[in-house]
Design a protein around this ligand. Structure first.
Ligand SMILES: [Zn+2]
Ligand SMILES: [Zn+2]
Length: 309
């Protein structure tokens, strides 16, 4: 009897210690402040038509703690599930799609462990928002994916015939078809690979200047997935945007230098160390260019700073 009590006490102690350790992974733990980016600021000559428009298709109902270390477990926060229209006279781009028309059916294919912690609302898919605004979908040159996770590609089937631009690394990741990816459900998607033929750009080692005028420049930000990218957009009025995908989920990743908590880093990032390097690059860049608008794919506040159609 006495032995049994000792076991119960010991088991309880172990559980409490493990729980304390787990909760500690949500505590603030800011990354060391990197030196501000000191390299050249590349020039851009965007045509006067270049513009960006937010297309928030829905939200995931989360808490702040899900998104970054130091976030409250009790602060409800809706994570945007969105695309961004980038207008350019040589052909418009859609950066990610957010939730598409078929999110309900697609969602059922996600692993149980994801479904059980995910509560979402579909507002209006990007394709419908574009049509509502009288936008001709034929004006879209391509959909440029930050990466291929489910919440970024859900709307791909809503844009039949529009090519999907991916890095070769992300294309390979799509072919391997992980459990957080919907691409395996789609047929007839035309993927087009691009490379990084350009030199270093704002602290990133290489770049791809989409139309050669500096208005839309993609850089490799591999880590969250094997072929993730960041897209910089410069408007004619010199406003700069950085669409960072899921390098961070919430702006506090940059402003408070906080990574995702351990559990989400482990689950969501292919290479969390590499992702941290990209996060540090963005923090260093924000130090140099505080006016740059950084748009994490899931931060509603960032999308609120963008014009709507
Ligand atoms: Zn992701
Ligand atoms: Zn995401």
């Amino acid at each position: 009897m006495k032995n049994k009590s000792i076991y119960i006490v010991a088991a309880t102690a172990v559980v409490l210690v493990l729980l304390a350790l787990f909760l500690h992974t949500f505590a603030p733990s800011p990354l060391p402040m990197p030196k501000a980016y000191a390299g050249p600021i590349p020039s851009a000559t965007p045509p006067k038509e270049v513009a960006v428009f937010a297309l928030v298709a829905g939200v995931n109902h989360r808490v702040a703690a899900f998104g970054y270390r130091g976030g409250s477990l009790f602060e409800r926060r809706d994570f945007s599930m969105a695309g961004t229209l980038v207008k350019h006279p040589k052909g418009d781009l859609l950066i990610d799609t957010g939730f598409g028309c078929h999110i309900d059916e697609q969602f059922r294919t996600l692993p149980f462990t994801v479904r059980v912690i995910t509560f979402y609302s579909l507002w209006r898919p990007a394709a419908d928002q574009l049509r509502d605004a009288g936008y001709d979908l034929k004006s879209l040159r391509a959909i440029l994916l930050t990466h291929s996770h489910w919440d970024h590609v859900s709307g791909l089937p809503d844009f039949p015939g529009v090519p999907v631009w991916v890095t070769p690394q992300e294309h390979e990741f799509i072919r391997k078809s992980g459990d957080m990816d919907f691409c395996k459900l789609f047929t007839g998607i035309r993927y087009e690979e691009y490379g990084f033929e350009g030199g270093s750009y704002l602290g990133f080692p290489a770049s791809h200047d989409v139309y050669g005028d500096g208005s839309i420049v993609v850089v490799p930000a591999f880590g969250h997935t094997p072929g993730s990218v960041i897209t910089f957009v410069t408007l004619p009025n010199e406003t700069r945007y950085a669409f960072v995908g899921d390098v961070v989920w919430q702006l506090e990743g940059i402003t408070e230098r906080e990574e995702r908590p351990w559990i989400t880093r482990r689950k969501a990032d292919t290479d969390a160390e590499a992702n941290r390097e990209n996060l540090l690059r963005m923090i260093a860049l924000k130090e140099r260019l505080p006016e740059m608008i950084i748009v994490p794919a899931h931060d509603m506040r960032a999308f609120a700073e963008m014009p709507k159609l």
